[in-house]
Design a protein around this ligand. Sequence first.
Ligand code: SAM
Length: 228
Amino acid sequence: MMENNYYAQKLNSQKLFKVYETKIPRVKQYLDAEISFVRDNMTGSERVLELGAGYGRIVKELAGDCKSIVGIDISNENVSLGKEYLKDSPNAEIITMDVNNLTFQEKFDTILCLQNGLSSMKITSPDLIEKILKMVVSGGKVYFSTYSEKFWEYRLMWFKEQAEKGLLGELDLDKTKDGVIVCKDGFKAIMHTPKDLEMIGYLSGYEYQIQEVDESSVFLIIHKTLSL
Ligand SMILES: C[S@@+](CC[C@H](N)C(=O)[O-])C[C@H]1O[C@@H](n2cnc3c(N)ncnc32)[C@H](O)[C@@H]1O
């Protein structure tokens, strides 16, 4: 799974850190709104797992709002930086693990797959979604978020900023359209439409809701209770 994994191979550790050091206020607002939305839905007693946690940016933000939080990431470089980044968050942990091979003994109350994680971790098959859902307790929740179509202009601005900082290759403006960002060095990021999210929710067999947040992200929240 590591082959052809741009984030793990080229955009990790300090580079990933710089991705999130954006100067664009609207992008900062998007990143904050995504975290606030999850925080506002937590009671404080949850054991949380974040998939594709990078160096622990979201893990650190949410550590004070839950019982415990574990981030997994496929990149050892991210996890090394993450251990340092999370050193003052005693209930937070970050470990190297591939989302395709989740090996936890205990289930979680909440699983997070944020910041367009379906695209960056290439989570496409219903089988993998099912495996993720198996890691949640009955009555627990899984949050997936992707970009809102209304955010396209700012998303594009953000990726141009990343390319200008040398974090990504130059944007291929002929191929960059309809929610897909393509760079000349092979980077590609897609997004899911609310309809795609609807299909993932429906196929899960559980209750789910789709919610737009801040006109920048769209969440699919699967509640692990059987739909009526
Ligand atoms: C866009 S970054 C998001 C990081 C973090 N969620 C955040 O918002 O700060 C996507 C992350 O997914 C990780 N990743 C990619 N493929 C993965 C996989 N198969 N299993 C676990 N992590 C993966 C990458 O290494 C990268 O850190």
